[in-house]
Design a protein around this ligand. Structure first.
Ligand code: NAX
Length: 328
C-alpha cells in the first residue's frame, strides 16, 4: 500500500473547506488509489467547527482517509505537508481600504509561508485560494526562500471553468469539446479570459463565435463578475464551484493535462508574454509528472494585449503595495 499523502487545508471550517474536504478524502484530489492524511488549520474560533467537520469525515468511513489532525498552529499544520491548500483568508469588510486588506492578509500568508518553508515536505505543492489569491501567493512565496518558487500557485481555475461553461452555452457545444482556453493575469475583475487560441471541437473558438461585441461586452464581464452574480443569487459566495476548481487545479498539476489541451494557473512569471518576472499571474500551462510549463509561442493580438497588460499592471501595483508594507 502507498504511503499517505499529507494534505493541509487552511480555513477548513469555512464554506469552501466544507465543500472541499469530502472530495479530497474520497480520492478526487490526487487519485482513487492515493491515501491521504488531512491536516486542518483554523484560527482558534474555527477549531470547534473544524472538529465537527472532522466528525462527519469520520462518519463517511472513506477507505482512502488515513487520519485527520486539527490545529491552530501553522508549524504543526504544514509539518511534512505534500500539498497545501491555502483557503482561509481575511475578507474585505465594509470601509476597508486595499492597503488594510493586503496588510491583514500579509499577517496570515507571511507566517504560513514561513511555516511551509521550515516544515513542509521537499515535494510541497501550494495552491492559494484565499483572496487576493495572486498576491497572497506572492507573500507566502517570499516568506519561503528555501522552497522552489514554482511550487507556489494561485487559483484561476474557477475562472477557467466559468469561461468554458459560458462559451459552451453561447455556441451550443459540450464543455468537453472546448480546449485551450486561457485565463491571463489576476484573479480579479481585470482577469482576461482568452478564446483566441481556444478550440471548440477542433475549430477556432473566436472564429466560431465571430462576435467581438459579445466577447468584449458580454463574455469577458460575465466571467469576471460571476462571483458577484453568485453572491447576488445565492446569498453567499461561490463555495462548491470554488472547491471543485481547487480539486481540478491540484489534480491537473499532479496528474497532467490531456494531450492537445492546457489549463490556467496563477504561477510565478518567468517573464513570458511580457509579464514581469516574479509576479504571480495566470498563464496557459501544460502539466506533466507533477510539473508545469507555460505554453509558449502564442500570438497575442491587440485585443488580448491590452487586456493582459491591464491585469498585469494591477498585479504589479499589488506587489508594490505589499512591498511597501514590508510583506515581501
Ligand atoms: P469562509 O469565511 O466561509 O471561510 C474562511 C475560513 O478561514 C474561516 O473558517 C476562518 O476561520 C478561516 N481562517 C481565517 N484566517 C485563518 C488563518 N489565519 N488560518 C487558518 N484559517 C483561517 O470563506 P470561504 O467562502 O470558504 O472562502 C475562502 C476564501 O476563498 C476567501 O478569501 C474567498 O475570497 C476566496 N475565494 C477564492 C476564489 C478563487 O477563485 N481564487 C473563489 C471563491 C472564493 O471567493
Amino acid at each position: 500500500t502507498r504511503t499517505p499523502v499529507n494534505v493541509t487545508v487552511t480555513g477548513a471550517a469555512g464554506q469552501i473547506g466544507y465543500a472541499l474536504l469530502f472530495r479530497i478524502a474520497s480520492g478526487h484530489l490526487l487519485g482513487a488509489d492515493v491515501p491521504v492524511k488531512l491536516r486542518l488549520l483554523e484560527i482558534p474560533q474555527g477549531l470547534k467547527a473544524a472538529a465537527g467537520t472532522a466528525m462527519e469525515l469520520d462518519d463517511c468511513a472513506f477507505p482512502l482517509l488515513s487520519g485527520i489532525e486539527i490545529t491552530d498552529d501553522p508549524n504543526v499544520a504544514f509539518d511534512g505537508a505534500n500539498v497545501a491548500l491555502l483557503v482561509g483568508a481575511r475578507p474585505r469588510t465594509k470601509g476597508m481600504e486595499r492597503g488594510d486588506l493586503l496588510a491583514a492578509n500579509g499577517g496570515i500568508f507571511k507566517p504560513q509561508g514561513k511555516a511551509i518553508n521550515d516544515h513542509a515536505a521537499d515535494d510541497i505543492k501550494v495552491l492559494v485560494v484565499g483572496n487576493p489569491a495572486n498576491t497572497n501567493a506572492l507573500i507566502a512565496r517570499s516568506a519561503a526562500p528555501d522552497v522552489p518558487a514554482e511550487r507556489f500557485t494561485a487559483m484561476t481555475r474557477l475562472d477557467h471553468n466559468r469561461a468554458i461553461s459560458q462559451l459552451a452555452a453561447k455556441t451550443g457545444s459540450a464543455v468537453s469539446d472546448i480546449k485551450r482556453l486561457t485565463i491571463w493575469g489576476n484573479h480579479s475583475a481585470t482577469q482576461y479570459p482568452d478564446i483566441f487560441h481556444a478550440e471548440i471541437a477542433g475549430k477556432n473558438a473566436a472564429e466560431t463565435v465571430n462576435d467581438e461585441v459579445w466577447l468584449a461586452d458580454t463574455f469577458i464581464p460575465t466571467v469576471a463578475k460571476r462571483g458577484a452574480a453568485i453572491i447576488e443569487a445565492r446569498g453567499a459566495s461561490s463555495a462548491a464551484s470554488a472547491a471543485n476548481a481547487a480539486i481540478d487545479h491540484v489534480h491537473t498539476w499532479v496528474n497532467g493535462t490531456a494531450a492537445g489541451d492546457w489549463t490556467s494557473m496563477g504561477i510565478p512569471s518567468d517573464g513570458s508574454y511580457g509579464v514581469p518576472e516574479g509576479l504571480i499571474s495566470s498563464f496557459p500551462v501544460t502539466t506533466k509528472d507533477g510539473a508545469y510549463e507555460i505554453v509558449q509561442g502564442l500570438e497575442i493580438n491587440d485585443f488580448s494585449r491590452a487586456r493582459i497588460d491591464a491585469s498585469v499592471k494591477e498585479l504589479a501595483e499589488e506587489r508594490d503595495a505589499v512591498r511597501e508594507l514590508g510583506l515581501i
